[in-house]
Write a protein that binds this ligand. Structure first.
Ligand SMILES: [Zn+2]
Length: 269
């Protein structure tokens, strides 16, 4: 979503919907960020409204950008919600909407291990059809769709083994080093067998973006924080370390977790 957030100035306003405490850090943009959620988050962010996406407490054409980062799959009446979101975003604005592909191994697993399907009430499976519908209800042109890769962060015991989340889960997942190795193996299988085991969903971009969207899937997704890092970014930071296995490791620049590095298309490890 940096294709939008990096390019907003300090007069701009961003709406982060279904955000919990925030689906991206305040430091990701110079713009002012309003967070909205139906449930009160554990930590209330600076500008926060407890509201339903079907009736947003904002005037028409208020926001320069809107972000729905893994929240639309939880909205019972998503078309009406997106129409309401389209009302409050400026016609010259932009939108980023990320959702899981319900046909993937990752999302099927998520819905199995969390009780009540993890709250996923919408099972999206057709990216072009969804992009078309979202553009229609937002009133913004579709600009790009990027395929997202999973790191199964919801199966990392570092993240799941605490009282807040334990009752919601049927299976608490794997120890972090084992999960990291499993993700590296999944990427290898996908590369050699042309499978989609590691695919998670899509990020849709609408309206006026500050820079073109690079469509190459980001294969290095941290198994603890879920942050995706481009191959060249990790190399530029000189984070790659050789190991006894034929793969390199890197420590996530955001959370410090050890991950196995995956070269992206056209590059070598
Ligand atoms: Zn991380």
């Amino acid at each position: 979503m940096h294709e939008i957030l990096d390019h907003l100035d300090d007069n701009a306003i961003v709406l982060d919907i279904g955000s919990g405490p925030g689906s991206f850090p305040d430091s990701a943009t110079r713009a002012r960020v309003f967070r909205v959620d139906l449930d009160p988050p554990g930590r209330v962010p600076q500008r926060f409204a407890l509201a339903d996406a079907l009736a947003l407490p904002f005037k028409t054409a208020t926001f320069d950008a809107v972000i729905l980062n893994h929240s639309l799959e939880h909205f019972p009446q998503w078309k009406l919600a997106v129409q309401e979101i389209g009302r409050v975003v400026k016609k010259s604005g932009a939108a980023y909407i990320a959702v899981p592909d319900a046909s993937t191994f990752s999302d099927r697993l998520y819905r199995k291990v969390f009780r009540d399907r993890g709250g996923h009430v919408n099972l999206f499976v057709d990216a072009p059809k969804l992009a078309h519908a979202l553009a229609w209800y937002l009133g913004l042109p579709h600009a790009a769709t990027r395929v997202l890769q999973t790191s199964l962060v919801f199966q990392n015991r570092h993240n799941t083994n605490h009282a807040g989340i334990r009752p919601e889960m049927r299976f608490l997942g794997l120890p972090e080093p084992l999960l990291a190795l499993a993700i590296r193996l999944i990427r290898t299988i996908d590369k050699h067998r042309q499978t989609r085991l590691g695919v998670y969903g899509w990020a849709f971009f609408f309206g006026k973006l500050g820079e073109p969207v690079i469509l190459t899937p980001r294969l290095n997704v941290c198994v603890r924080c879920g942050q995706a890092h481009p191959d060249e970014y990790l190399r530029a930071l000189q984070l790659l370390r050789p190991t006894a296995l034929p793969w390199h490791q890197y420590h996530c620049p955001d959370c410090g977790c050890a991950n196995w590095f995956v070269p992206e298309i056209g590059t070598n490890a």
